[in-house]
Design a protein around this ligand. Sequence first.
Ligand SMILES: Cc1cc2nc3c(=O)[nH]c(=O)nc-3n(C[C@H](O)[C@H](O)[C@H](O)COP(=O)(O)OP(=O)(O)OC[C@H]3O[C@@H](n4cnc5c(N)ncnc54)[C@H](O)[C@@H]3O)c2cc1C
Length: 292
Amino acid sequence: MSERVDVAILGTGPAGLSAAITLKIRNKKILLLGSKELSGKVVKAHEINNYLGIPAVKGEELAKHFADHLRQMEIEITEDMITNVYAMGEYFSLQSKSNQIYEADAVIISTGVNFGKPYPGEEQFLGRGVSYCATCDAPLYKGKRVALIGSSPKEEAEARFMSEVAAEVYYVPLYKDEVQLGDAVKVVKDIPVSIEGKMKADKLILKEQELEVDGIFILRESVSPAQLVPGLAMEENHIAVNRKMETNLKGCFACGDIVGAPYQYIKAAGEGNVAALSAVSFLDQKKRSEVK
Ligand SMILES: Cc1cc2nc3c(=O)[nH]c(=O)nc-3n(C[C@H](O)[C@H](O)[C@H](O)COP(=O)(O)OP(=O)(O)OC[C@H]3O[C@@H](n4cnc5c(N)ncnc54)[C@H](O)[C@@H]3O)c2cc1C
């Protein structure tokens, strides 16, 4: 486990990066978690015309400006995806897809809105046959049958790893690219519909067939916030925050698309700045109460 930081920031889109920069200026020890390639929503944008000070900029170019800014400020990205954030009272414990545990006094959630709707049965069986992290939960399925639903080719590594542990592995790709997996994994080109079971999930229902399995891994680019942080108050699909970007959990802040529309770069970056400054106030208050 790495050393506890002041603030962990989840997501490397405009919201998370802006929060990281402000926290660095305020001399906080930060952990910026996400992809080193930054947000796909920035990189893939054709042309952006409403980002202040940089007119008619291609997404790739804007991402380069962001990366240069991080480099200049000596901010590192830790390439990892967080699957669970637990409020432990005095601090937060973060579990990652690569099975790392991180600790932070405060957390900023800036994970965007890619999660999509859960499958029927997914939330009901979460932790009882349904998991989001193959690396974390693979040992539970030693010698068993599992199915993995992969949202991008990146998830094929998880299926490959699972095939070293489980007796039978099915992989359902949700994308059109060619799947590069060996004979140990059965690739099923079909559309997931729902998850069924009794005490535990035991069946993945697809459009054309059913898979009887002991475990189902749903590997998305992002996890819905309510599943990511147990106890987090939501407003429909978004995290509920006030103007300080505070959530209902003390020390947990959220910003960017994840807190609601309009979905815009400059709004996300602005909210990242507010969340960072609110986290600074929270840490100062915490320190004062510890001294008393
Ligand atoms: C094609 C396209 C064009 C657009 N054009 C414009 C435009 O011209 N002008 C404009 O203002 N807006 C535009 N937008 C909207 C803009 O992209 C978003 O509003 C903005 O990117 C939101 O920033 P964010 O930081 O909140 O989230 P995102 O940019 O979505 O970043 C979130 C990041 O968090 C990461 N993440 C998710 N879950 C986790 C986790 N559990 N752990 C670690 N990391 C995680 C994701 O991989 C992602 O990199 C466009 C969007 C698209 C898709």
